[in-house]
Design a protein. Structure first.
Lengths: 355, 905
């Protein structure tokens, strides 16, 4: 028994740690843990940043893919109707359902306005010194682009026939949720009007019945928007037609091949004179007024090439912009944050069809 | 205790290792999934780029093959090939070029589109066309990257270029109400009203004849709701939108949509044509520009002559002799100039009676004007000029005395004789005018025996020095002396004598000339058209009232036959009368009004309106009919595009089939340019139709159309179902039975379409020019074979009586062309290109299911434009052979482009 007790005591002594050992081990552990935590934090920040950038880039690329395919299928006729229109929006009054309340774009609280083109804080910079579209800013609400295109569909019903329809692209600043005081985010929406419908009243709001003139009142009225496939969706896209989140600028430049112009092409839109609207049509006297642009502020022509721009915020940027607009972040400018936390993707393309 | 601690460590290590492995596996799965997604996206994008490559190649081949003007296009149905939907391009050089990928030399080949050995792609499948023979496939062409090992194929594409011009354009709707008023401001006597604008519908096929197609069987167009539906066709941008029409019940709508799916190769909404000369190159010239040097004087006359106060002013036209001319004047169908000697009653002086008889036929559908001032409208001058006299003949008396007898002495110095018309020469009627020029002209000779009994009575003889000396010429003139008709003849037959009862014909023996010949008692010039010449209705024309001597027939001096009678509005009586007319030796002895010639009220829109032009020694009504010969090349060379002075850019042109296109710089033409000779530089023909089409539905759409609310000159309205206006301009002003308006049931139109397709389909090659098409007579053959003039069920508009040939109601090829010619061509200028492309994985064998990484389809509609590839060159002229423009021709533009999904094929 005694030998057993001695043996047990010896074993216990062999398995134990001295206080010094424990202290040293603890210190090393703390140092290592600190280093690891610091490294992980840094890695996490880098991951978030690069992941956010990648996600933003991926969203922008996908949006540009869709837009480019749509524009490739655009239809232009020289018959007095407006087959394609682009409007640089000073605000987005009437965007409605997906766009939140009216007047949500009013400066100075949110995105800087277009009142001072060229100034550092302005959202309107149509002719940057570099000449590159990457350096353009297309106003408070970006470009509202709408056109007629023939895109593939399932061909099961008249409403999903591969047939021409009106398609619109626009940025909408919308509430993240329906709760009061919900955060506001920017998003790019793609809406299309159904080609046709067998049943009334959807038929009366289809592209075939309303007609292929994007200046037709039915496409320019907030009324009737918010319904999937209705003509009003051109002005008021439904909430689930979101194409890309956190898009804070969306723009397009149109060109026409012209051997006599410098570089072989001339800019149709936007023009140096600050015209905010563009319509691809004919017959200057007969064309209807653009409901969003003051008289005389329009450019006309038939484009043969286009440059597209999409600026997407990273998640971090979106959070900071949201905080800034909510008044929780001070000391930094809107565009300062945007430039630091966004990616810009551009694309040049040819419009296949000419009138 | 040690053992227990060691076990824990093992478990801990194993768990850690497992966690790490799991993490690695998850990461690998995620990476693989991400990679696959990226690959698929890349492959899809690559397939789309391959499709674009295929599209560019197809456009290039189309440009080279069909860019030049002198080409014909048609489908392979002409050669009975397996790939009957392939489009061929024919030039003067040999075999056709097939507009598909793979450059096959023959269309009668097999294309395999499925399985490992597939050498081609399906481009038109069941989702596009449900017909068994509607599928279209084409061979692949490979895409190899230069830096890939062994230049392995990384993609491939196949394309088919479909011909839209051989389809019926169902999207052409009636736009005539949008033609600005007044449409003809430059004309002195315009009826510049809405009624006149509405009458444009009789001059041109102003809309598609969808309602005559069996599958479109809807309510009649007279129904307002149906009309509104038809108008929707004009809004269609693509054929897919045609299915948006809703018809009656849901089942009817479903049937209609199924019908459309079968008719993919028959209908289009986007065909348009360049006004090019496919026979010899260059653009056609606008004959509406009267100042243009290329416009013949006859056309200028035609466009200028207009009725005044409902009557036609007489005019001889300004065309040089021998050229086709436009003249408004009566036709001299019979004339006689008699010189008859007789003995003075109760004395021995030899007296001479002289009488002129002229029979005038008005071949127009409007009265020829009688001068309101009372001045005679027609004069006959004997002798080509006032100075030229009549023949001198020797007169030998019974005692042997011989003297020279100048017949011209009877007529006085001017040789001019007024013809006193009783009134207007009514439309289609004949008026006979008889004037006694001298009742008892004293010859200065005396004879003893006053009553010769017969030819052997040696009382008095007329002798001519020779035959030529007996020839005379008479000239029909207006009061101002302008020559209308010049006729010559010799009195090779006939003699007469006087009796106390008046003028009597006593014989019809030859008048022998010369000293040793048999002399006769009198001399008479009496001529009429010779029915033995053939069908005189083919030959007479205002410009060629009498032809060569061979066409003349000297006849007995019988003018007892009654004048023509009008048959009024009774078509049956008209038919019977015409039949009797031609059965008779006496041409104008029956009572029928015939008015085969139109007159111009409004500006012409169709080149077939030139049918009323003809030249001397030329068969009348040639242009537009199979006997026109070289004259029918005018269909390839010219067109009409009148532009009112008030016209402004953007407004509809009176020729509603014409669409204005700006040049490549975007410059739109002025009104003057559009009305000028070179208007074709700025025009496309909406719904242009290729006569080489072998689609009966397409031909039905071209032939058929309703004309609603048509009004005649009195304002009475009428609706016509599928009408053809034989006399497009004058129809409103003619009596209802003589308007030349035929209307047909839909079945007749379909029968006509079937017959013409049957004839065109058996031709070994397509028509190379419109002139060839017109001269071939396939249209007239089809009209005859379809029974449009003979089957009584198709003659319901004539009361169930078949019309007689040459009556205005007899439907001819020219009548059909009156409205159809503005949209016809022998080639197409609108094409649809479909491309199927694949992105391939060269690392996998071809029979691996993943070898084809992605597929894409796209489609484009290409429109040829008037402008050359090099726009610096004048579009009107054919480029030099060495020029790029000679090789590539006129520019194509992409009118529509779209991506397709699998459900679109």
């Amino acid at each position: 028994m005694k030998r057993d007790r001695e043996s047990s005591a010896a074993c216990f002594r062999d398995a134990g740690f001295t206080l010094v050992e424990l202290l040293v081990a603890s210190a090393i552990t703390v140092v290592l843990a600190g280093i690891m935590i610091a490294m992980l934090a840094q890695m996490s920040r880098t991951w978030v940043r690069s992941g956010g950038g990648l996600a933003a880039r991926q969203q922008a690329e996908q949006a540009l893919d869709v837009l480019a395919r749509d524009l490739e299928s655009a239809i232009l006729h020289r018959d007095g109707r407006v087959w394609l229109a682009a409007t640089i929006q000073p605000d987005q009054s009437g965007a409605g359902d997906a766009g939140g309340t009216l007047g949500a774009w009013s400066p100075p609280v949110r995105k800087p306005g277009a009142a001072n083109p060229g100034s550092a804080s302005s959202s309107l910079a149509l002719e940057p010194a570099s000449g590159r579209i990457e350096d353009c800013r297309f106003g408070m609400a970006g470009v509202w682009l709408r056109f007629v295109a023939n895109v593939p569909d399932r061909n099961a019903q008249p409403g999903d026939t591969s047939a021409p329809r009106v398609i619109s692209y626009q940025i909408v600043r919308r509430a993240v949720s329906a709760a009061a005081g919900s955060a506001q985010r920017y998003a790019l929406f793609r809406a299309e009007v159904r080609p046709y419908a067998d049943e009334s009243p959807a038929r009366e709001r289809s592209a075939f019945v309303v007609g292929f003139d994007v200046f037709a009142p039915a496409y320019n009225s907030a009324a009737g928007g918010g319904n999937l496939g209705d003509a009003g969706t051109v002005r008021r896209p439904r909430r689930d037609l979101l194409l890309a989140n956190d898009v804070i600028d969306f723009g397009v430049r149109f060109f026409r091949r012209d051997p006599s112009a410098p570089g072989g092409e001339r800019v149709l839109f936007p023009r140096a004179n600050g015209n905010l609207g563009f319509a691809a049509t004919t017959d200057a006297e007969a064309r209807p007024p653009n409901p969003d642009v003051a008289a005389g502020a329009m450019s006309y022509g038939f484009p043969t090439e286009a440059e597209l721009l999409v600026r997407v915020l990273t998640e971090e940027g979106a959070r900071q912009i949201e905080a800034l607009e909510a008044g929780r972040l001070a000391g930094r400018g809107w565009w300062e944050i945007a430039l630091a936390h966004s990616v810009v993707l551009t694309r040049s393309m040819a419009l296949e069809a000419t009138p | 205790m040690r053992t227990k601690r060691d076990g824990f460590a093992v478990v801990l290590v194993a768990a850690l290792l497992a966690a790490i492995v799991l993490l690695l596996v998850a990461l690998a799965g995620l990476a693989r999934s991400e990679l696959r997604s990226v690959r698929q996206r890349t492959a899809a994008e690559q397939a789309r780029r391959n499709a674009i490559v295929g599209m560019r190649v197809a456009i290039g081949r189309l440009q080279a093959a069909a860019g030049p003007d002198a080409r014909s296009t048609a489908t392979a149905q002409h050669v009975g090939a397996r790939n009957s939907r392939w489009t061929g391009v024919w030039s003067d050089a040999g075999a056709p070029l097939w507009l598909v990928s793979g450059a096959p030399a023959d269309a009668d080949v097999e294309v395999t589109t499925s399985g490992p050995g597939a050498d081609g792609a399906l481009l038109v499948g069941a989702n596009t066309c449900s017909l068994a023979d509607g599928a279209v496939a084409a061979f692949f062409e490979e895409i190899a990257e230069a830096d890939s090992p062994g230049a392995a194929s990384v993609g491939r594409y196949a394309f088919w270029i479909g011909d839209e011009g051989v389809k019926g354009n169902v999207g052409v709707v009636d736009r005539i109400d949008s033609v600005p008023l007044p449409p003809w401001a430059e004309i002195d006597d315009p009826v510049a009203t809405a009624a006149e604008r509405a009458r444009l519908r009789q001059l041109i096929a102003h809309r598609a004849g969808n309602d005559a197609v069996e599958g479109f069987a809807l309510a009649a167009e007279t129904d307002a709701t149906a009309r509104a539906r038809w108008a929707q066709f004009g809004a269609a941008l693509t054929p897919a939108q045609l299915r948006f029409q809703e018809l009656g019940t849901a089942q009817e709508t479903e049937n209609y949509r199924a019908f459309l799916r079968r008719r993919f190769h028959d209908f289009t909404v986007c065909s348009a044509g360049v006004l090019a000369n496919a026979a010899s190159g260059g653009l056609r010239r606008n004959f509406s520009d009267l100042q243009a040097s290329a416009v013949p004087a006859a056309v200028r006359d035609l466009e200028r002559f207009r009725p005044v106060n409902g009557r036609l002013p007489i005019s001889a036209g300004t065309a040089p002799a021998g050229e086709p001319s436009a003249q408004v004047k009566p036709i001299v169908t019979e004339w006689a100039l008699d010189f008859v000697p007789y003995h003075e009653d109760g004395g021995n002086r030899l007296l001479l009676g002289c009488r002129l008889r002229v029979e005038l036929w008005n071949p127009f559908n409007l009265p020829l004007a009688q001068n309101a001032s009372g001045v005679p409208d027609f004069w006959v001058r004997v002798g080509e000029t006032p100075a030229s006299g009549l023949p001198a003949v020797r007169v030998r008396g019974p005692a042997g005395e011989v003297g020279t007898f100048d017949l011209g002495g009877v007529l006085g110095a001017t040789r001019a004789v007024p013809l006193d018309l009783p009134g207007d020469v009514a439309a289609g009627r004949v008026t006979r005018i008889e004037t006694v020029l001298a009742d008892a002209w004293d010859t200065g000779l005396t004879v003893d025996d006053p009553t010769p009994e017969d030819a052997s009575d040696d009382l008095l003889r007329f002798e001519a020095a020779d035959d030529a000396a007996l020839a005379i010429t008479i000239v029909l003139t207006t009061g101002e002396g302008a020559p209308l008709t010049t006729l010559s003849g010799s009195p090779s037959r006939g003699f007469a004598r006087s009796t106390s009862g008046g003028w009597t014909v006593v014989g019809n023996a030859p008048f022998a000339a010369g000293d040793g010949g048999v002399e006769r008692l009198g001399v008479s010039y009496h001529f009429r058209l010779d029915p033995a010449r053939g069908s005189w209705g083919d030959w007479i024309a205002p410009s060629a009232p009498l032809l060569a001597a061979a066409d003349l027939k000297a006849v007995r001096l019988g003018w007892e036959s009654e004048l023509w009678r009008s048959v009024g509005a009774d078509p049956a009586a008209c038919a019977a009368a015409v039949r009797a007319q031609f059965a008779s030796d006496e041409l104008f002895s029956s009572g029928t009004a015939l008015a085969p010639f139109d007159f111009t009220v409004q500006r012409n829109l169709s080149i077939a309106a030139l049918g009323q032009l003809s030249a001397e020694l030329e068969r009348a009504l040639g242009i537009g009919n199979p006997w026109g010969g070289a004259r029918n090349t005018v269909f390839d060379e010219a067109f009409f595009n009148p532009v009112p002075r008030s016209w402004r850019a953007g407004e509809t042109l009176p020729n509603v089939r014409h669409r204005v296109v700006p040049d490549s710089a975007g410059r739109e033409p002025t009104a003057a340019e559009l009305g000028g000779e070179g208007a074709a530089r700025f025009l496309l023909v909406d719904g242009a139709f290729n006569v080489n089409s072998t689609s009966a539905e397409a031909w039905t759409i071209a032939f058929g159309r309703a004309v609603l609310g048509w009004t005649d000159a009195s304002g009475a309205a009428a609706d016509f179902e599928n009408p053809f206006f034989g006399l497009g301009q004058s129809a409103p002003f003619a009596q209802s039975g003589a308007r030349g308006v035929r209307q047909f049931p839909d079945e007749a139109i379909r029968a006509l379409a079937r017959e013409i397709v049957q004839r065109i389909g058996v031709r070994p090659r397509p028509f190379r020019s419109l002139g060839e098409f017109v001269n071939s007579g396939v249209l007239q053959d089809a009209i005859d074979a379809a029974g449009l003039n003979t089957r009584l069920e198709f003659c319901a508009d004539l009361g169930g009586v078949a019309p007689e040939r040459f009556s205005v109601n007899y439907l001819t090829q020219a009548a059909v062309l009156n409205t159809l010619a503005p949209l016809l061509a022998v080639r197409s200028d609108t094409f649809t290109i479909r491309v199927a492309a694949e992105a391939l994985n060269p690392a996998l064998p071809t029979d691996d299911p993943d070898h084809v990484a992605a597929r894409a389809w796209c489609e484009a509609v290409l429109q040829r434009l008037p402008e050359y590839v090099d726009p610096a060159e004048d579009a009107m002229v054919r480029p030099p052979n060495a020029a790029d423009n000679a090789t590539l021709g006129r520019r194509f533009r992409i009118a529509q482009f779209r991506w397709l999904g699998p459900d679109d094929i």
